[in-house]
Design a protein. Structure first.
Length: 132
């Protein structure tokens, strides 16, 4: 009976761990690029497209006020105009662009590394993007 009890405890523990993992994934299912909610829209906003090394991703950056930085990570990275701009680019390049799209919030506890000034991070579904 001891083996039977240990087996039952093992099975219950395994099921609790599995269900806990699924719950954690579901909490993040409606955030970042997976979010169904649009925080706000950017319309023809001028900024730069550069490589954000700590996330290993390209990012749209603009400075609404001196010392303030807004970073937008594209969700639809295969979008035609983004693909055309970045085709053959290396990570040390920066491109002046104008972007429009739907902004989405980041996920809770998402880490973006060390920042300076007033810095915000969001995700964006690009509607249009063109070089300046």
């Amino acid at each position: 009976t001891i083996m039977k009890n240990l087996s039952l405890i093992g099975i219950i523990t395994f099921l609790l761990v599995i269900s806990g993992c699924k719950k954690e994934k579901n909490e993040n299912a409606n955030c970042g690029c997976n979010s169904t909610e649009v925080k706000y829209r950017l319309t023809n906003q001028a900024g730069s497209l550069s490589y954000f090394a700590s996330k290993s991703k390209w990012v749209f950056v603009y400075q609404p006020l001196p010392g303030n930085y807004s970073y937008y990570f594209p969700c639809n990275t295969s979008q035609d105009s983004l693909f055309a701009i970045l085709q053959g680019a290396n990570t040390s390049q920066t491109f002046n662009v104008k972007m429009s799209g739907k902004v989405k919030s980041t996920c809770p506890d998402e880490d973006f590394g060390v920042t300076s000034g007033i810095t915000t991070f969001d995700y964006i579904n690009i509607d249009s993007l063109k070089r300046n």
